[in-house]
Design a protein around this ligand. Structure first.
Ligand code: 4NP
Length: 154
C-alpha cells in the first residue's frame, strides 16, 4: 500500500506527517507494508529541505524530517492508494485535477482522522513557533489514528 500526504509547499505540514507516520509504522513493524511519501500542490519550494522551524520542532519531539520538496502531479493519483490533503485548499487544488471517480475517492481530508476534530491543519508558515508545535500535536494524534485505519486494510 502506498500513501501520500499533500500540503501547499511540502516543506512544513506534509513532510512532518510523512516522517511521523513512517516512524509510527516502523514502530508497529508495518514499515515494509506501507510506503509513505509527501508532496506539495505548489512548486514554490521544489528541491528544498523542510522548513528549519518545522525540522526543529519535529526534532524536539523525537522526529527527524529528511525530505526534499516535490510537486504533486496527476500521475500521483495512480501511484498512491490513499492521498491526504492537509487543508481544504490543498483538497481543492487536487480536486481540479480529478479525471475519474477513482481519483476522487482516493483523496481524503487528513483531519477527518483526527480524534479531536475535523478541519484544516493550520498553515504554520507565516506564524510563530507555537504554530509549529500545534501542527506537531495535530499531526501526531491524527497519524496514530491513520495508522490504526491502515492496519485494518492490510
Ligand atoms: P506547507 O507550508 O504547505 O505546510 O509546506 C507552507 C510553505 C510555504 C508556503 C506556504 C505554506 N509559501 O507560501 O511559500
Amino acid at each position: 500500500m502506498k500513501i501520500l500526504f499533500v500540503c501547499l509547499g511540502n516543506i512544513c505540514r506534509s513532510p512532518l506527517a510523512h516522517a511521523v507516520c513512517e516512524q509510527q509504522l516502523q514502530e508497529k513493524g508495518l514499515g515494509s507494508f506501507i510506503e509513505v511519501e509527501s508532496a506539495g500542490v505548489s512548486s514554490y519550494h521544489v528541491g528544498d529541505q523542510a522548513d528549519s522551524r518545522m525540522r526543529k520542532t519535529a526534532a524536539g519531539n523525537g522526529i527527524r524530517i529528511d525530505h526534499r520538496s516535490r510537486h504533486f502531479t496527476h500521475s500521483d493519483f495512480s501511484e498512491y492508494d490513499l492521498i491526504f490533503a492537509m487543508d481544504r485548499n490543498n483538497y481543492s487544488d487536487m480536486a481540479r485535477m480529478f479525471r475519474t471517480e477513482t481519483e476522487r475517492e482516493k483523496v481524503v481530508m487528513f483531519r477527518d482522522f483526527d480524534p479531536a476534530g475535523q478541519g484544516d491543519v493550520p498553515d504554520p508558515y507565516y506564524g510563530g513557533p507555537d504554530g509549529f508545535q500545534n501542527v506537531f500535536d495535530i499531526v501526531k494524534r491524527t497519524c496514530e489514528s491513520i495508522v490504526v485505519h491502515l492496519q485494518k486494510q492490510l
